[in-house]
Ligand binder design. Structure first.
Ligand code: GAR
Length: 196
């Protein structure tokens, strides 16, 4: 399974996927990493692993992948033969053209137990609300923000004295286990659908 990873930040979830592949826990390969942030560390990580890594300038948009940037992303994903797209800390909204080009083949990881706390810095929202159980969710991407069908969730207890940083760090440890496991499930579904 040819996976493309889209990210905007540090890329620890990308690293977890790459490690799962190297360990034989995930039968896939990462064919490219695309980012809307030119100096994002995820691109650097990919280059260190000799995985093609490309910046896509989202201008004139700041919060969505649309217009020429969206078309450029589709072209590059096709060029690399991507069969599955894993959003890993990708902070732009995915619009219908890309959704249609990879229908049922785009997944995302989000740092909360959806449908609670969609949007930005979900762990801070959870802490501010005072929930006792936070977590992470892997889901299929649809046209909403963090709303697609859920594939897998992991709960994470909020501890006495947690800060936003300590809670996010603990959620991320769970994300790094959840994402490879969820993608394994997705690959099994896709393989079950393909004609043999
Ligand atoms: C992760 O915690 C991921 O769940 C979150 O961004 C972080 C990226 O970390 N994504 C979202 O908030 C998307 N709505 P990483 O770059 O180290 O993988």
């Amino acid at each position: 399974m040819a996976i493309a990873v889209l990210g905007s930040g540090r890329g620890t979830n990308f690293k977890a996927l790459a490690e799962a592949i190297n360990d034989g826990r995930l039968d896939a390969r990462i064919v490219c990493v695309l980012s809307n942030v030119e100096n994002a560390f995820i691109l650097e990580r990919a280059r260190q692993m000799r995985i093609p890594a490309e910046y896509i300038d989202p201008a004139p948009f700041r919060t969505k992948l649309d217009g020429t940037a969206e078309q450029q992303a589709i072209n590059r994903l096709r060029h690399y033969g991507a069969e599955l797209i894993a959003l890993a800390g990708f902070m732009l909204i995915i619009k219908p053209r890309l959704l249609k080009a990879f229908a049922g083949r785009i997944v995302n990881i989000h740092p909360s137990l959806l449908p609670s706390f969609p949007g930005l810095e979900a762990w801070k929202q959870a802490l501010a609300y005072g929930v006792k159980v936070a977590g992470c969710t892997v889901h299929y991407v649809d046209a909403g923000t963090d709303t697609g069908p859920i594939i897998l969730q992991r709960p994470v207890s909020v501890l006495e004295g947690d800060t936003a940083e300590s809670l996010h760090a603990r959620i991320q440890e769970h994300e790094h286990l959840a994402y490879p496991a969820a993608i394994r499930q997705v690959i099994a579904v896709i393989r079950g659908q393909s004609p043999h």
